[in-house]
Design a binder for this molecule. Structure first.
Ligand code: SF4
Length: 501
């Protein structure tokens, strides 16, 4: 009996691959000889190869994503050296569209598209000694309602230690040109009642961390309301649910339900990307400023939802000034996390139509970041990558909420943070491995020496930020200011967040 292994390298240990579980669920009579073996991007590739070989599989299916493409190429290379008879099949978003910029020449098969049923069909032919001659196998889209659902294949260990990824639909009707989901314009839905039944079983088994991978959760109100009702019916139980939403569609029924979620229970990721109408038009992205402002203000002021907004650097036609205006506008609108990403050119997307006009130059290595364009030099992009990293450490971490406000009070957030990040990089020549205390001391020094603020005023703000966690020792640079003002320890969300460091 040929043994089949399904594997991938997740981007973090706490992540779990729903794709592997779909394939496993749909392996029919081959399921008994199939096993899921998951790794994380932090595992050594040779160790991964060793663990796979120990299973002595005849067929290995590997899920390839933007974060693991280079490691998968290396893994394939090692496996083919040490076990040349092993049939290696790749699938996943990274191999679904041409061109392949990571060389996968050594693999036996590549399944392009949704592999839920395709992998089974391919394995069956291999097992029956009738393997396809062609290496690249393009697949149509499966009927979602006919698929076996994957949820019972989350183990008790997954439920206890990982986010449980779930979905009720695939595809997105929008056409944002940088996004792979724009290729799949038709939104297809699973049988909602059947999926909710599975969610209930997961809940009964103890699952409390659900991440929905649906691209636009708030598109279909009937579905969205039913899912929110499912969680609201759980009452006072502690849980966490994550949804990706579009910013301009929060009708009353949805608002009412969102308002009922407890603090920390609901996380909404809202892709903003740009607030510049010309740039939004360039990338075929819908931008309704009035609704966007109204909805974010509602979420900010009338709900307990944790909001996470996304902006992109490097879009065609977006200058640094325009990006800065976007950031300033978002900070004025909300105090939530703002994730700053760098534009990527994903194979298959339409963003490449701007290459000539906007002189877009991208790296050919994952994650295919923009290197320069007509409006931003390579140096500008490098500076903005560091800006994004320091933004995470100072702003998104929530560790410097009060003191950060001193940086830009009444002025442009972008311009002030740009100057701060340039100054810090001059001192560190690095954006990594900077301790929390060092971050604080840089901010203190910058605010007092470069911005000319009174040290005691800065220290007071930093005490408020830093002493929110009881028992935390005063850092050396603040010790001279302790006696002049004592700030009582308070509880609060914006206590030091070591996860971000
Ligand atoms: S960015 Fe969001 S809204 Fe736009 S195509 Fe992608 S998933 Fe859809």
């Amino acid at each position: 009996m040929k043994k089949i292994i399904l594997t991938t390298l997740n981007s973090r240990y706490t992540h779990s691959a729903i794709g592997l579980r779909y394939i496993y669920a749909n392996m029919q009579e081959l399921q008994a000889q199939t096993e899921i073996v998951e790794f994380s991007i932090n595992d050594a590739v040779q160790t991964i190869a060793e663990k796979i070989v120990l299973h002595n599989p005849s067929i290995v299916g590997i899920g390839v994503y933007i974060w693991n493409a280079l490691e998968v190429a290396e893994l394939v290379h090692i496996l083919k050296k040490i076990a040349p008879d092993m049939t290696i099949v790749l699938g996943g978003p990274e191999v679904t569209h041409l061109p392949y910029r990571v060389p996968f020449d050594e693999v036996d098969y590549i399944v392009q598209g949704e592999g839920d049923e395709a992998f089974y069909a391919l394995c069956k032919r291999i097992v029956e000694q009738n393997p396809p001659k062609e290496k690249i196998i393009p697949m149509g889209m499966p009927q979602l309602k006919a698929l076996q659902l994957p949820y019972k294949y989350y183990t008790d260990h997954d439920i206890k230690n990982r986010y449980i990824y779930v979905e009720v639909s695939r595809g997105c009707p929008f056409e944002c040109e940088f996004c792979l989901s724009s290729m799949d314009e038709r939104v297809r839905a699973f049988d909602l009642d059947a999926v909710l039944e599975e969610f209930e079983k997961l809940w009964q088994r103890g699952a409390r961390n659900f991440k929905f991978v649906d691209r636009t959760f708030n598109l279909n109100m009937k579905t969205a309301n039913k899912i929110l009702d499912f969680f609201l019916a759980k009452g006072d139980e502690e849980y966490f649910v994550h949804f990706e939403v579009i910013p301009d569609h929060f009708p009353r029924s949805l608002r009412e339900k969102i308002q009922r979620f407890a603090h920390g229970a609901l996380q909404l990721e809202i892709g903003i990307q740009t607030l510049n109408p010309t740039v939004a038009h360039n990338i075929s992205r819908v931008l309704n400023m009035e609704k966007l402002q109204d909805n974010i203000t509602f979420l900010e002021t009338q709900t307990h939802a944790h909001i996470h907004l996304d902006l992109i650097v490097g879009l065609p036609g977006e200058s640094l000034e325009s990006f800065g205006a976007n950031l300033d506008a978002l900070v004025a609108l909300s105090s939530c996390e703002i994730q700053i990403g760098i534009l990527k050119k994903l194979s298959g997307t339409h963003i490449e139509r701007h290459d000539k006009e906007y002189a877009m130059v991208y790296s050919d290595k994952p994650p295919y970041d923009i290197l320069q364009n007509r409006d931003l030099s390579f140096l500008d992009i490098q500076i903005m990558k560091r800006f994004a990293r320091f933004w995470d450490l100072y702003y998104n971490s929530g560790n410097f909420k009060r003191s950060m406000k001193l940086l830009y009070e009444g002025e442009s957030v972008y311009e002030n943070f740009y100057a701060l990040s340039m100054w810090i990089y001059e001192q560190t020549q690095s954006t990594w491995k900077i301790s929390l205390e060092r971050l604080g001391s840089f901010l203190f020094e910058y605010l007092t020496t470069q911005k000319g603020l009174a040290p005691q005023k800065v220290a007071d703000a930093m005490f408020e930020d830093m002493l929110k966690i009881k028992g935390r020792a005063t850092p050396n640079y603040l010790k001279p200011y302790v006696k002049e003002k004592k700030v009582e320890a308070k509880e609060g969300r914006s206590g030091f967040n070591k996860r971000q460091l």
